[in-house]
Design a protein around this ligand. Sequence first.
Ligand code: PLP
Length: 365
Amino acid sequence: MHKKHNFGAGPCILPPSVMEQAARAVINWRGMGLSILEVSHRSPEFEDVVLKTQLLVRELLAVPDHYSILFLQGGASTQFAMVAMNFLDTGKKAAYLDTGYFAQKAIKEARLFGEVDVFASSGDKDYTYIPVDFNYDKQVAYLHCTSNNTIEGTEMFDFPKGGAPLICDMSSDIFSREINITDFDLIYAGAQKNMGPAGMTLVIAKNEFINQAKKEIPSMMDYQIFRDNMSMYNTPPVFSIYVAMLNLLWLKDQGGVSGIEQKNIAKAKLLYAEIDRNPLFHGTADVEHRSRMNVTFLAVNKEVEAGFLKFAADQGIVGIKGYRTVGGFRASLYNALPLSSVEILVDAMATFEKEYSGKIALELE
Ligand SMILES: *Cc1c(COP(=O)(O)O)cnc(C)c1O
């Protein structure tokens, strides 16, 4: 049934088996004679889905018991404001690491609630690297970072340790690699990059940290309220949570996060090797901070850029156009993208190069 090679940056590709199960559940879920879209979120059957999904997150990411797992709405973009609303005290600053487009959006929202110290930025080189040598005031309310910069194609492999409470936006690389949850006080991720369909936002937070949050905030922005109501303070995104559960079950079958990490490393290695070999293309990110999830690269000229986009589209390769601020190409290699799709992209790049250099040689004759 599967159709195009989807390298889109989000909403992401999901495994065909997950799509099929989700489609069946829309028609008749669990033989109940009801669609998953119309079943009560207070039904024991759906409560079971929420519990199972939490358990899968806990198991797959080795989340210790003193952390809560929440399913919220509003995307990662709402989290930009929500973390600041909960934790940015008037007496203390928050420290932000500026690694690109989404980090800047987080900074902009936090500034609405208090003082923000942007202690390091890779803006001096168009966000092509992750700052590593930096100092920040350890007395801040929290430190915020972005583990994977979806637009710029850079990824953090080391996180600041032993300082202020650490908050991380992991929207585009959660479940793609093993992480040590206890390095973080709060992690958030919009589901639609690597966890499931759009509509749900995952939050993993240390209980002790949530307990310190401010009290006088709107209920829908209050982590404590969502924790105390099993993520069902109001109607949760039922379908998104259900499909995320299916996808996490699929992930478990793939050998879990450590299993998929090996496959993700192999996919990224294959594509970066072709980018480095092929004279028509070059990578944009610093080699040691290259993202395994979003591979950004440029063509040598506009003719190659437009020509390759069309050539790739003819082979069923979609979603590789770079973000407008970066240009060129971005191939997203999320969990459900098979190695075979990357092989097809790499073959297309090599074939295009042969045809293009043949054409140039003819023109020169
Ligand atoms: C996509 C993305 C966001 C925005 O997510 P929404 O769920 O659309 O609000 C934030 N941060 C990162 C790193 C992203 O990739």
